[in-house]
Ligand binder design. Structure first.
Ligand SMILES: *[C@@H]1O[C@H](CO)[C@@H](O)[C@H](O)[C@H]1NC(C)=O
Ligand SMILES: *[C@@H]1O[C@H](CO)[C@@H](O)[C@H](O)[C@H]1NC(C)=O
Ligand SMILES: *[C@@H]1O[C@H](CO)[C@@H](O)[C@H](O)[C@H]1NC(C)=O
Ligand SMILES: *[C@@H]1O[C@H](CO)[C@@H](O)[C@H](O)[C@H]1NC(C)=O
Ligand SMILES: *[C@@H]1O[C@H](CO)[C@@H](O)[C@H](O)[C@H]1NC(C)=O
Ligand SMILES: *[C@@H]1O[C@H](CO)[C@@H](O)[C@H](O)[C@H]1NC(C)=O
Ligand SMILES: *[C@@H]1O[C@H](CO)[C@@H](O)[C@H](O)[C@H]1NC(C)=O
Ligand SMILES: *[C@@H]1O[C@H](CO)[C@@H](O)[C@H](O)[C@H]1NC(C)=O
Ligand SMILES: *[C@@H]1O[C@H](CO)[C@@H](O)[C@H](O)[C@H]1NC(C)=O
Ligand SMILES: *[C@@H]1O[C@H](CO)[C@@H](O)[C@H](O)[C@H]1NC(C)=O
Ligand SMILES: *[C@@H]1O[C@H](CO)[C@@H](O)[C@H](O)[C@H]1NC(C)=O
Ligand SMILES: *[C@@H]1O[C@H](CO)[C@@H](O)[C@H](O)[C@H]1NC(C)=O
Length: 583
C-alpha cells in the first residue's frame, strides 16, 4: 500500500530501449488522450515519446497530480515530495502505480492513498484524468468543496473513499456511471441533495455508506434493481418520503440502516418481511407509523431496531429468528402483550420494549430458560402497563431487568427492578490487554507480546485504529474471541499476533478498537519487525477492504494507521530505480 510497486517486466530489453522505457515512465499518464485532442493530431505514443511532443506531454502528465496537490492545503507537508521525478517511481507519498504497463505501454496510477493527513482545500476535477485508478482514498481529512463530477470518468474505480471530510454540495449523477465501483463511502460529510437516480446503474456496487450527511428527498425506488448491494447505510441524513416497498427485491441485502431520517407518516412496507437475506434492520427514529411488520420470515435476522417511531398495534406473534441478539422496539405505541417467543431466543443480549403501551405479565421464562447463563441480557421494559411477573423474580447473574413505570412496581417483590436506569449496555468499554511480560526490557515503540501462555517476545507492532460500523450484537464480551479469530484469519495471521488493546462503544452504535499486530514468532529465529512486504500486504488488506465482511461483525471502518519506529517512513514509498534494476 504504502510503497510503490517494485518490479517491472523489463527482462530482455536492451539498455537503450530500457532508457527509452524510462522516459516513457516519465509520461506515465494518459498522454494519448491529450494527443487525440491536440491540434497536431499525433496519436502514436511511441512517436510522441521520441519526438517533439514529449515535453508538452510530460507537462500534461504530471499536471493532473500537480492540480490535485495544488487544490489541497497540506499543512503537514505530507505531499512535499510530489515535486520531483516521476510519480510512479519516485517517492510520491500515497501514489501507488500498477507494476506493469497497460495496453498503451505506460505505467498508471492504481491508487491514491491519502487517508488521515489533515489535508484541507478541495478535490481537483483533474482526478478524473487518472483514468486507470482503482482506489481513491481521501478518508479522514478536512477537505471542503464538492465532489467533482469528473470522478465519474474513472471507469475502473472500485473504491471511492471520501468519508470523514467536510464535503458539501450534491452527489454528482456521474458517479452512477462507474461500472466497477464496489464501494462508495462518503459518510460523515455535509453532502446535501438527493440520491441521484443514476445510482441505479451501479450494478457492481456492494456497499453504500453514506450515513451522517444531509442527503434529502426520497430513496429512489430504482435502487431496488441493484444486483450486488449488501449494505445500505443511510442513517443520519434528511431523507423523507416513503420507504420504497421494492427494496425487498435486492437479492443480497444484508444490512438496511436508515436511523434518524424522517419518512413522515410512512409505514414499514410489509414486503420488508420478504428480505430473506437480511441480518440487520435498523429504522430507529424515522417518523414511521402503522403496524410493526411481520419479520418472522427472515431466517438470519440478528439485529432489529425499530425504536423511536410511532408504530402502533401489537408485536406480531410469529416467532422471529433465533439469531437475534438485539431487539429494540422502545418509544413506540405498541400495545398487546409480550410475545411468548421472546423466551426462545438463545442469543438475545438486549431486549428493549420500553415506553410503549404493552400490558399483561412479564414471562419469567425469558431469563429462566437461558442456557448461556454467564452471558449478559438487558431487559428494558420500563413505562408500559405491565401488571406482574409470571414466575420467578430471581434473575441469573448478568441479567438485568428494568420495570420502572409499570403497575407491576406496586408489588414489593418486584420493586427492586423499578429503580432508575443508567443507560444501555452499549456503554461498556473493554480495555483488557492480557499481556504480562514485564520481565524483559523492550523500549518503545517495541512492545512485549504474548506468543503463547508462557512466553513473550519484544517486537514493533503495526497499529490500526478500527471501528465496527454496524455490528450485529450489543455486548461484545461473548464475541471477543470470535472477533480475534475472524480478523486474524482474514489477515492470514496467527491469533497470537493480534492484541486487541481497547474496544469502546460510540454513538451509532459503533465499536471502536485499537488493533496491534505483531510479527510472526518463530522460536529463536524471529524478526522484531514485519518486513516491508508484510507491512505492505497487511496495510493493503485494510485499505483495500480485502478482509471479508462477517455476518455478525458487519462492515468496518479504517480510522487511521500508526506506523511508528521502524515503520515510520512507511507512507513515503521507497524509490524504485528501474534503470538500475536492468544494469
Ligand atoms: C504486481 O502486483 C500484483 C498485485 O498487485 C502482484 O500479485 C504481482 O506479483 C506483482 N508483479 C510483480 C512483477 O511485481
Ligand atoms: C504527515 O505528516 C505528519 C507531520 O510530519 C506526520 O506526523 C504524519 O505521520 C504524516 N502522515 C503520513 C500519513 O505520512
Ligand atoms: C490538523 O490541522 C488543524 C488546523 O491546523 C490542527 O488544529 C490540528 O491539530 C491538526 N491535526 C493533526 C492531527 O495534525
Ligand atoms: C452492468 O451494466 C452494464 C451497463 O448497463 C452492463 O454492460 C453490464 O453487463 C452490467 N453488469 C452486470 C454485472 O450486471
Ligand atoms: C452521526 O450523526 C448522529 C446524529 O447527529 C451523531 O449522534 C453521531 O455521533 C454521528 N456519527 C458519526 C460517526 O459521526
Ligand atoms: C413475499 O414473498 C412471497 C413469495 O415470494 C409473495 O407471495 C408475497 O406476495 C410477498 N409479500 C410481499 C408483501 O411482497
Ligand atoms: C392497540 O392499538 C391499536 C392501534 O392503535 C388499536 O386499534 C387497538 O384498539 C389497541 N388495542 C388495545 C387492546 O388497546
Ligand atoms: C444463524 O443461526 C444459525 C444457528 O445458530 C447459524 O447456523 C447461522 O450461521 C446463523 N446465521 C448467521 C448469519 O449468523
Ligand atoms: C457476567 O458478569 C461477570 C461478573 O459480574 C462479568 O465479569 C462478565 O464479564 C459478565 N459477562 C458478560 C458476558 O457480560
Ligand atoms: C468508553 O470510552 C469512550 C472513549 O474512549 C469514553 O468517552 C466513554 O466515557 C467510555 N465509557 C465508559 C462507560 O467507560
Ligand atoms: C489472562 O490469560 C490467562 C492465561 O492465558 C488467563 O488464565 C486469565 O484469565 C487472563 N486474564 C484476563 C483478565 O483475561
Ligand atoms: C525516498 O524516501 C526515503 C525515505 O523517506 C529517502 O531515504 C530517500 O532519500 C528518498 N528518495 C528520493 C529519491 O527522494
Amino acid at each position: 500500500m504504502i510503497r510503490n510497486s517494485g518490479a517491472f517486466p523489463l527482462l530482455g530489453m536492451s539498455k537503450s530501449r530500457a532508457c527509452t522505457f524510462g522516459a516513457v515512465l516519465l509520461i506515465w499518464l494518459c498522454c494519448s488522450s491529450l494527443l487525440v485532442a491536440a491540434q497536431d493530431g499525433i496519436t502514436d505514443p511511441v512517436e510522441v515519446v521520441q519526438g517533439r511532443m514529449m515535453t508538452k506531454c510530460l507537462n500534461f502528465a504530471v499536471k493532473a497530480l500537480q492540480d490535485i496537490r495544488n487544490s489541497l492545503i497540506d499543512i503537514n507537508k505530507n505531499l512535499s515530495n510530489w515535486r520531483r521525478g516521476d510519480p510512479c517511481t519516485s517517492n510520491w507519498t500515497g501514489v501507488l502505480c500498477f507494476n506493469t504497463t497497460k495496453e498503451d505501454a505506460y505505467l498508471h496510477v492504481r491508487e491514491l492513498q491519502l487517508l488521515n493527513m489533515n489535508l484541507s482545500g478541495t478535490l481537483s476535477p483533474s482526478l478524473g484524468r487518472l483514468s486507470y485508478m482503482e482506489i481513491l482514498d481521501f478518508m479522514w481529512n478536512r477537505i471542503t468543496g464538492s465532489i467533482p463530477p469528473e470522478i465519474g470518468n474513472i471507469k475502473s474505480l472500485k473504491l471511492l473513499l471520501l468519508n470523514g471530510n467536510q464535503l458539501t454540495g450534491p452527489l454528482p449523477k456521474e458517479l452512477g456511471y462507474l461500472p466497477n465501483l464496489d464501494r462508495i463511502q462518503i459518510d460523515q460529510n455535509h453532502i446535501s441533495g438527493p440520491i441521484p437516480k443514476s445510482f441505479a446503474y451501479l450494478n457492481s456496487t456492494k456497499h453504500f455508506h453514506m450515513n451522517n450527511n444531509s442527503i434529502s428527498g426520497q430513496i429512489p425506488a430504482e435502487l431496488s434493481r441493484l444486483p450486488k448491494l449488501v449494505h445500505i447505510l443511510l442513517d443520519n441524513n434528511n431523507l423523507s418520503g416513503t420507504l420504497p416497498p421494492d427494496l425487498y427485491k435486492l437479492p443480497q441485502l444484508l444490512i438496511l440502516q436508515l436511523d434518524n431520517n424522517h419518512f413522515d407518516g410512512s409505514t414499514i412496507p410489509p414486503s420488508y418481511g420478504n428480505m430473506t437475506q437480511l441480518l440487520k434492520l435498523s429504522l430507529r427514529n424515522c417518523s414511521l407509523r402503522g403496524p410493526m411488520p411481520d419479520l418472522s420470515g427472515i431466517p438470519n435476522l440478528g439485529y432489529l431496531d425499530l425504536s423511536f417511531n410511532q408504530l402502533a398495534g401489537p408485536i406480531p406473534p410469529n416467532k422471529l429468528s433465533e439469531n437475534l441478539t438485539t431487539i429494540r422496539l422502545s418509544n413506540n405505541n405498541l400495545n398487546g402483550t409480550i410475545p411468548a417467543y421472546f423466551s426462545e431466543l438463545p442469543l438475545l443480549q438486549l431486549l428493549s420494549i420500553a415506553n410503549n403501551s404493552l400490558s399483561g405479565s412479564v414471562p419469567s421464562t425469558i431469563w429462566q430458560t437461558r442456557t448461556n447463563r454467564n452471558e449478559g441480557l438487558d431487559l428494558h421494559f420500563e413505562n408500559n402497563m405491565l401488571s406482574n411477573i409470571s414466575g420467578s423474580t430471581s434473575l441469573p447473574q448478568n441479567v438485568t431487568l428494568w420495570l420502572q413505570g409499570n403497575p407491576a412496581c406496586s408489588d414489593s417483590n418486584i420493586v427492586k427492578f423499578c429503580g432508575s436506569q443508567n443507560g444501555d449496555m452499549d456503554d461498556q468499554n473493554t480495555t483488557e490487554s492480557n499481556v504480562t511480560c514485564l520481565t524483559q526490557s523492550c523500549p518503545p515503540p517495541y512492545e512485549n507480546f504474548k506468543t503463547s501462555a508462557s512466553s513473550c517476545f519484544c517486537a514493533a507492532p503495526l497499529i490500526f485504529e478500527y471501528r465496527l460500523k454496524s455490528p450485529g450484537f450489543s455486548n461484545f464480551i461473548p464475541y471477543r474471541v470470535a472477533f480475534q479469530e475472524y480478523l486474524t484469519s482474514g489477515l492470514e495471521l496467527y491469533l497470537y499476533q493480534l492484541d486487541l488493546s481497547s474496544a469502546a462503544w460510540e454513538k451509532g452504535p459503533r465499536l471502536k478498537m485499537q488493533l496491534k499486530l505483531f510479527p510472526d514468532y518463530v522460536n529463536g529465529n524471529s524478526s522484531h519487525t514485519f518486513n516491508d512486504s508484510e507491512v505492505r500486504r497487511i496495510v493493503s488488506m485494510f485499505t483495500g477492504w480485502n478482509i471479508p465482511d462477517s455476518p455478525i461483525f458487519g462492515p468496518y471502518e479504517l480510522l487511521g494507521i500508526n506506523l511508528l519506529g521502524p515503520y515510520a517512513d512507511g507512507l513515503s514509498p521507497k524509490p524504485i530505480s528501474v534503470l538500475s534494476k536492468i544494469n
